[in-house]
Write a protein that binds this ligand. Structure first.
Ligand code: AMP
Length: 223
């Protein structure tokens, strides 16, 4: 494990609860470090949209706020990691989310240096973020009705399409996702905590503030 540096093959893992801002930070950091961004949630949503066998299997779990079986995720992540070019590093956003997944990843990552960023956010903030989240089905732009609303209610600023709420951002499903996080994903934090490349970041501010903290944690900015 070590410092995340541009141009080196490496694996960065982003941990944190649903609504914790992993996706946003992963995109920013991938760009900053020139890494491939692998979001298992985005990959699964794409499989669901395309109606592939993996998507058909995953859909019921996702809509209920449950975790998709470890075997399916293991196959997806292994294939994506194998497809990386020589010397190409990546950011894993949303994986591992259970102890068996963390152990599996240890088995397949070889000697690739690891940086683990755990984004911590209080649960009240998470509920507000998830319940307020809207996204544009056409261009993918993400909004929040409380923190970053569109100029015209429920319409995308860029393309005017009607914004949508993710099926798994409905109130009951949010509660279930947070329960699954506490029970199944939280132990993954303890799995990595204490290792030299492990960093904790306060994720309760806005995206720009959190990104400053992320960059400090991985040693891109002087603190
Ligand atoms: P996300 O967009 O990261 O919140 O993921 C959306 C949903 O995809 C989750 O609620 C799970 O149902 C599923 N999912 C994503 N990543 C994983 C994973 N590593 N293990 C199991 N299920 C996952």
């Amino acid at each position: 494990m070590g410092k995340a540096t541009r141009g080196e093959p490496q694996l960065v893992i982003l941990l944190g609860p649903p609504g914790g801002g992993k996706g946003t930070q992963a995109k920013l950091l991938a760009e900053e470090l020139g890494l491939v961004h692998l979001s298992t949630g985005d990959i699964l949503r794409d499989e669901v949209r395309r109606g592939t066998p993996a998507g058909i299997q995953a859909r019921v779990y996702m809509e209920a706020g449950e975790l998709v079986p470890d075997e399916l995720l293991g196959r997806i992540v292994r294939e994506r990691l194998e497809a990386l070019g020589p010397g190409q590093g990546c950011i894993l956003d949303g994986y591992p989310r259970s102890l068996p997944q963390a152990r599996y990843l240890e088995g397949i990552r070889g000697g690739t240096p690891l940086t683990v960023l755990n984004i911590e956010v209080p649960e009240e903030v998470l509920v507000q973020r998830l319940a307020g989240r809207r996204s544009c089905p056409v261009c993918g732009k993400v909004y929040n009705v409380h923190f970053s609303p569109p100029r015209v209610a429920e319409r995308c600023d860029d393309c005017g399409s009607e914004l949508q709420r993710r099926k798994d951002d409905q109130d009951e499903v949010i509660r279930e996702r947070l329960r699954v996080y506490r029970e199944t994903t939280r132990p993954v934090v303890d799995f990595y905590r204490g290792l030299p490349g492990y960093h904790e970041v306060d994720g309760s501010g806005d995206a720009a503030q959190v990104f400053e903290a992320v960059k400090r944690a991985v040693g891109i900015l002087a603190s």
